[in-house]
Design a protein around this ligand. Structure first.
Ligand SMILES: [Fe+2]
Length: 155
C-alpha cells in the first residue's frame, strides 16, 4: 500500500533526495569521527578519544532516524557504500591527521552540514513536508552544538 500523507509525488521525491544527501553526509562524518576515535594520539589522547566516542555514537544514532524518515515517506533508503559515496559532499581523507587537525576537520564538516541543512529546511518546507522540516531543525541544533564543542578546542 502506497503512503497517502498529503504530499504529492514530486515533492516526496525532492524531500527523499535531500534526506538521502543528508544520510550520506552523516554516514561519512560518522565514519570519519569513529576513525579519529581509533587513531587519535598525543597529549590530549584521553579527552579526545572520549569526545570522539560521544560524537560518533550520536551520529550513528542519527543515521537510523534519517533512514526511517525516508521510509516514513514511503520510499526506500540508499543503503550501499557506493550509493552513499555518490550522495555525500564531504571529502574522505587519505592520511591520519594530527589531533588538532582532527578537531578542525570535524568542525568544518559539521559546519558544511549545518549550511546544507539551512537550505534543505527551506526546501522541504516549500515542498509542504513540515515533519521533515521539524526533524531537520532539531538536527541542525545538534550539529551546531557539536561544531561549537569542536571549535572551542581551537581557540
Ligand atoms: Fe572505542
Amino acid at each position: 500500500m502506497k503512503a497517502n500523507i498529503g504530499i504529492n509525488k514530486s515533492n516526496i521525491s525532492k524531500v527523499v533526495s535531500i534526506l538521502s544527501n543528508y544520510l550520506a553526509d552523516s554516514y561519512f562524518l560518522y565514519f570519519k569521527t569513529h576513525g579519529f576515535h581509533w587513531n587519535v594520539t598525543g597529549m590530549f589522547f584521553q579527552p579526545l578519544h572520549k569526545l570522539f566516542d560521544e560524537q560518533y555514537n550520536s551520529l550513528f544514532s542519527s543515521l537510523d532516524e534519517i533512514a526511517e524518515r525516508i521510509r516514513s515517506l514511503g520510499e526506500y533508503v540508499p543503503a550501499t557504500y557506493n550509493q552513499l559515496k555518490d550522495l555525500t559532499c564531504l571529502k574522505e581523507l587519505k592520511d591520519i591527521p594530527k589531533d588538532m587537525e582532527m578537531l578542525k576537520v570535524l568542525a568544518e564538516d559539521h559546519e558544511t552540514i549545518i549550511r546544507n541543512l539551512r537550505t534543505w529546511i527551506d526546501e522541504v518546507t516549500a515542498a509542504g513536508d513540515v515533519g521533515t522540516a521539524d526533524f531537520l531543525t532539531a538536527r541542525i541544533e545538534e550539529h551546531e552544538k557539536t561544531a561549537w564543542m569542536l571549535r572551542s578546542h581551537l581557540v
